[in-house]
Design a protein around this ligand. Structure first.
Ligand code: GLY
Ligand code: MN
Ligand code: MN
Length: 465
C-alpha cells in the first residue's frame, strides 16, 4: 500500500517524540475506545487526538508504541472479511507499515503479548495519565510480565511518566500543515454562521415560525457540504434570554422578532476544531440597547486582539478585555459607580463578574479546548498566593504563558445580563459573545474566522434581503 498523504509529517512527529523520551524510554499511545450509545448503536467514532497527532490513523482499536531509538510499532485491527462487510475496510497490520511509515505493525489482539517484549530493557515508560480508562492497570500487567523475566536478565522500567507533558507541549505550537487545516475549518464555519444569519432573517420576513433547530440545521448543512464530518462541539443556538445560559444547546425555542440570537458553533475538519461565536439581531436590525452592549463587547474584543501577539502573555487579552468591559459597564449604567467605585475598583473586586464570568480564550487545536499549559514553563516556580475577592478562596498564581508564533487561541469576550435589581431594564436578558480564532504570528495575530463579519453595520448589511 502506498504511503498515505502526510505520512512524512507523522513520521517526523514520532521522531521528535522519540528524542524526548530520554535514554531507553518507551511511549504507549492508545486511540480512543468506541462508545455505546444504546443497544447495538455506538456514538459516532472519534479517534484520540494524541494518537492521531502521531499517526494520522483514524480506525478504532489501535495503539502506538514509540521507543527512544525511533522505532514505532502500530497495533491495529486485523483484516476480517466478515467484520469489514459490516463496519468497513480495515487497513490491517500487513499494509500498515507501507501506508503509515511505522516500523512494524501487529494485530491489536497481540498487544498483551508484544507489549512486555517492547518494554523489556527500557528505563522509563511514558503513557497519557488519567486519559484512558484501564490503561494504567494494563501497563501494570505488562510490567509484571517483564518483572517475571528479570531473573533471565531482563531489565524492567523503573519509572512511569505522564506522556501528556511531552505531547501537550508539542501540540501547543501548530506547524504550517496544522495552521492550514485550521484556516480551512475556520473558513467553513464562518460560512455556516453567514448561512444561519441569513436564514433567520429570511424566515422571519416570510412570517415563518423560526426555531433554534432551524439555524442548527443550516450550520450542519454547511459543515457537511464542505466535507466536515461533524461539529467540533455541541452547537449553541440561543434565542433571546437563552444566550445567558453559557452551555445552552441548540434546542426548540422560538426565535422572535426583536431578539438577539447567539450562535457558538464550529466544524471539525481533518481532526482540527474551529470555534466561532456570533450574536446578531434575529430580524437583521439591532435595537439601541442591543447595539450599545454589542459595541462594548466588540471594543473589548478589539483590545484583546491588540494584546494577542508574541511576547505578550496568555492572560493579557483577558486583562485587556476586562479593562474595557469594566469602564463600559459603568458608562452604560449596568454597574453603579456610587456602589462599585471606579473601573479599577471594578477590576480589582471583580464586580464585572456578574456580567462576564468566563475567560477570554483558550487554546484551540485538535481539541476545542486544546491541550497545553497556560503557565510559562520556564517560570513555573514563581508562584504567588492571593485570595479571590469574591469567593475568598486561596489562589496560586503562576506566570502566564508567553505567546509564541504558531500558538492558536480563541478571543471570546461576552456580556450576559440577567434581570437583577439595579440593572437597567432595557438590557435585561441580553447575552452577547463574539468569538474569533487567532493564530499568533511573528508580528501579531491572524484572525482566521473573519469570513463572518463582526461589525454591526456589516451584520445588518449581510442580513438584508
Ligand atoms: N465553544 C466552546 C467555547 O467557546 O469554549
Ligand atoms: Mn471557545
Ligand atoms: Mn465557542
Amino acid at each position: 500500500m502506498p504511503l498515505t498523504a502526510n505520512a512524512a509529517l507523522y513520521t517526523q512527529r514520532r521522531a521528535d517524540l522519540a528524542t524526548l523520551l530520554g535514554r531507553d524510554g518507551i511511549a504507549i499511545i492508545p486511540t480512543a475506545p468506541e462508545r455505546q450509545r444504546n443497544r447495538d448503536s455506538d456514538f459516532l467514532y472519534r479517534h484520540d487526538s494524541y494518537f492521531y497527532y502521531l499517526t494520522g490513523f483514524t480506525e478504532p482499536n489501535a495503539c502506538l508504541i514509540v521507543t527512544s531509538d525511533g522505532h514505532a510499532t502500530l497495533f491495529c485491527q486485523p483484516k476480517d472479511l466478515e467484520r469489514e462487510i459490516w463496519d468497513g475496510i480495515r487497513l490491517g497490520p500487513h499494509a500498515a507499515p507501507g501506508a503509515l511509515a511505522v516500523s512494524a505493525a501487529y494485530s491489536i489482539a497481540d498487544l498483551d503479548q508484544q507489549a512486555p517484549r517492547l518494554l523489556e530493557n527500557k528505563s522509563t515508560v511514558w503513557y497519557p495519565f488519567a486519559t484512558h480508562k484501564g490503561l494504567e492497570t494494563r501497563v501494570d500487567g505488562w510490567l509484571s510480565s517483564v518483572r517475571a523475566r528479570v531473573r533471565f536478565g531482563a531489565l524492567c522500567p523503573e519509572s512511569q511518566r505522564d506522556l501528556c507533558a511531552l505531547l501537550d507541549e508539542m501540540r501547543l505550537v501548530k506547524d504550517t500543515h496544522e495552521q492550514d487545516v485550521m484556516r480551512r475549518a475556520a473558513h467553513i464555519s464562518a460560512g455556516a454562521h453567514v448561512r444561519a444569519m441569513k436564514r433567520c432573517a429570511n424566515m422571519l420576513r416570510a412570517g415563518q415560525d423560526v426555531r433554534e433547530y432551524h439555524l442548527d440545521a443550516e450550520l450542519l448543512h454547511e459543515f457537511r457540504q464542505h466535507g466536515s464530518p461533524y461539529p467540533a462541539y455541541g452547537s449553541i443556538v440561543a434565542a433571546g434570554a437563552n444566550a445567558c445560559v453559557l452551555h445552552y444547546r441548540a434546542d426548540t425555542a422560538p426565535i422572535h422578532d426583536g431578539e438577539l440570537v447567539l450562535i457558538d458553533a464550529g466544524c471539525e475538519l481533518d481532526g482540527y476544531a474551529s470555534d466561532i461565536t456570533r450574536t446578531f439581531p434575529a430580524n437583521g436590525k439591532f435595537t439601541g440597547p442591543q447595539r450599545d452592549l454589542y459595541n462594548l463587547v466588540l471594543a473589548s474584543q478589539d483590545a484583546a486582539i491588540a494584546a494577542t501577539c508574541p511576547g505578550k502573555r496568555f492572560v493579557d487579552p483577558h486583562e485587556a478585555t476586562v479593562a474595557v468591559l469594566a469602564q463600559g459597564l459603568l458608562d452604560l449604567g449596568l454597574l453603579d459607580k456610587s456602589k462599585v467605585g471606579s473601573a479599577q475598583d471594578v477590576i480589582e473586586n471583580r464586580s464585572y463578574f456578574q456580567f462576564y464570568m468566563h475567560r477570554t480564550g483558550h487554546w484551540l487545536g485538535m481539541d476545542v479546548h486544546d491541550c497545553g499549559s497556560y503557565n510559562e514553563p520556564s517560570e513555573i516556580g514563581n508562584s504567588t498566593e492571593r485570595r479571590d475577592p469574591l469567593s475568598n478562596e486561596l489562589i496560586q498564581s503562576r506566570p502566564s504563558r508567553i505567546l509564541r508564533p504558531g500558538m492558536v487561541l480563541t478571543i471570546e469576550p461576552g456580556l450576559y445580563v440577567r434581570p437583577a435589581e439595579g440593572v437597567p431594564a432595557q438590557f435585561h436578558n441580553i447575552g452577547i459573545r463574539i468569538e474569533d480564532d487567532a493564530i499568533v504570528t511573528e508580528e501579531g495575530c491572524e484572525l482566521i474566522t473573519r469570513g463572518v463579519p463582526v461589525k454591526t453595520d456589516e451584520i445588518e448589511a449581510l442580513m438584508r434581503p
